[in-house]
Ligand binder design. Sequence first.
Ligand code: GDP
Ligand code: GDP
Length: 394
Amino acid sequence: MGMFDSLKEKLNIFKKKAAEEIEEEEKEAAKKAQAEPKPQKPVPKEVKPVKVEKPAIAPPTPTKPVTEPITKGVQKPPKPVEVKKVTKVKVDDSRSDKFTDGLFGWKLKPEKIEELLGDLEIILLESDVALPVVDAIKAAVKEDLKDKKIKFGADTAAVVDASLRLAVKRVLSTEKRINLDEYIETHEKPISIMFVGVNGTGKTTTIAKVCYRYLQKGKSVVIAAADTFRAGAIEQLEIHAERLGVKLIKHQAGSDPAAVAYDAIEHARARHRDLVLIDTAGRMQTNTNLMDEMKKIKRVVNPNLIIFIGDSLAGNDATNQANEFEKAVRIDGAILSKIDADAKGGAALSVAKAVGKPILFVGVGQEYKDLIPFSSTWLVERLFGKSASDKGSE
Ligand code: GDP
Ligand code: GDP
């Protein structure tokens, strides 16, 4: 399955079902609206609601009417002149069980909203969305729906769709953003970026992709093979560096990773290179030895940025790993690899919110060009398709 396929499919089923249920509610609301008891007191009121339903044939007399009958108070208003004023409908807002807004629209009952949120929660949890993020999305949907006036006859699927989009966007866009392109343009060179993450997540490939991106933008790049623990890691980077035509700084396997990173930065400084990309070791994130090593590299070279690379296929585990690295060295942002193969979308929805650090890019394939900037709009469009209201917004 391709990118977010399983989540998209589930959300689609949810939207349809929710739309149908909302339509059922609407029918009920419509009945209620018709039958809604008029206030007992002879508050100035209109005649029969039925009239109002077809304003098309509403009688002429446009300018004066409404105010007149009101001042006359108690007595029954005359005529069908009644093109009634919306404001008047407010009269019975005090009624707590009210869920229609006269004939103009209606609201979902809180019980119905809870029911829908329950369904949504299951879908998100099944898709490996982290629990706090599930809660945040639910809260945003609830916030949007609870006071929403739905017009009679409105496209209910569109109502649900809009609410979900808004919620996902809201959850994703609370985090501060880093635009790496801009960062690189505006900071003193060489700029050093330390990449951290667990082995097998696509770290090496991603570093090569980042290297490619900035070579394309005319920057000069040096790569540091600071994962000295695995000889294989050095060889792998060597292949990439050769293919990309950039300098690789390496020491022999087993040597001090911080020293490699330091040498790479010195090299870049001496040769006026723009960027130093530092690969690091990545055994299990729970290994304190590894985390100490990361701290040491950070201490020795003081990189401009530390970027976590997570495998989106790892779902919740990617979020946990990001949190571990955040605790150990403080990450500035994340890149999620293998999004192209991720049907669930949990990591993409969770990492930024759960860790509080932005996702800078996502990896969408095995080639160098397969790295694209991440944005909430991008994700929302992948999940829900493009929408007119999304265009032009961030
Ligand atoms: P490392 O051990 O973390 O350095 O991982 P590698 O860079 O060696 O990547 C592990 C595997 O994941 C390789 O087969 C990569 O080609 C693959 N890979 C990395 N990024 C992506 C991606 O964005 N999409 C896909 N489909 N595969 C990826
Ligand atoms: P572990 O169980 O794989 O963590 O192995 P140890 O913690 O017993 O480490 C064995 C030796 O390898 C020690 O001298 C460590 O300093 C070194 N070492 C362990 N992990 C790394 C690593 O990720 N990178 C480097 N460069 N050395 C490491």
